[in-house]
Design a binder for this molecule. Sequence first.
Ligand SMILES: C[S@@+](CC[C@H](N)C(=O)[O-])C[C@H]1O[C@@H](n2cnc3c(N)ncnc32)[C@H](O)[C@@H]1O
Length: 276
Amino acid sequence: MNLGCGNAEFSEDMYDDGYKNIVNIDIASNVIEQMKGRNKSRKNMVFEVMDVRDMQYDDNIFDLIIDKSTIDALLCGENSYINVAKMLKETQRVLKDEGYYMIISYGKPENRVNHLERAHLDFEVSIYTIKKDFEEEKDLNKVHYVYLCKKRKGANDKSEKYFDEVIQQLVDQEKMENSLDNDDVNYDDQENDYDEINNYEIPFDEEDLEIENYEYYDKYLNMENKIQDQDLNSKFDENKLSKTITSDKDYNDIKEKLKSKSKNDTLPIINSKIKK
Ligand SMILES: C[S@@+](CC[C@H](N)C(=O)[O-])C[C@H]1O[C@@H](n2cnc3c(N)ncnc32)[C@H](O)[C@@H]1O
């Protein structure tokens, strides 16, 4: 199967090389019509309008599924992680046990492997590179990547078990990220602001920040006044907000302090370490 075939010549070249039994799917009906017209003479080549996130095929029927940049396209859109998780679930489902899903992508392993290793998937992943035919002068990425994913036996059961959980996690994550993105904040400015405050100790570990800082962060965003003058140093000390948090009690103390601050107070927040 060619997943998200577009109007590339990939499938017809394969057909002409002897691979006669190819199913092509794409969500764009105009593309599928164009491809049907172009390939009338290639019997047995199937073109269907279909969403890769919801395939109308039985389980375990394809030997090989090729994805040339379809995962890249989904990763560029809205709700990208969720869409990719759904696409990969479906791809795994319709693939035979020990069949191969081959992704040809411009995405580096650090931006792709995480998607292939989610809890609802069970692929054995090998990574290859193909040197690009031509390179733009500024193009630092001199290769295409091939992710060859072999479906392990029992993968569909794993998917049934963990898929809802994975989706829920991704929904929560996207919500969180959207709420941060919607706020009109210049992170660089904040970082500079922070640095100007005499390099006070940042009060959390990085791991703490991931979960706990959102509350602080929201508070910061709600404040109209920015950290701005030398006065701040004294306020900063005064409120002991630079204290390193070592226990739940410390954490709660600081939380209480923050709650009690008025809107006009400046808040030496820990924004420079906030992870987006
Ligand atoms: C970057 S293009 C790659 C096309 C082709 N594979 C190629 O190599 O040129 C991505 C393709 O994925 C298709 N696509 C995007 N979202 C899709 C979805 N949810 N279901 C099916 N196809 C989708 C697009 O219509 C487009 O043809």
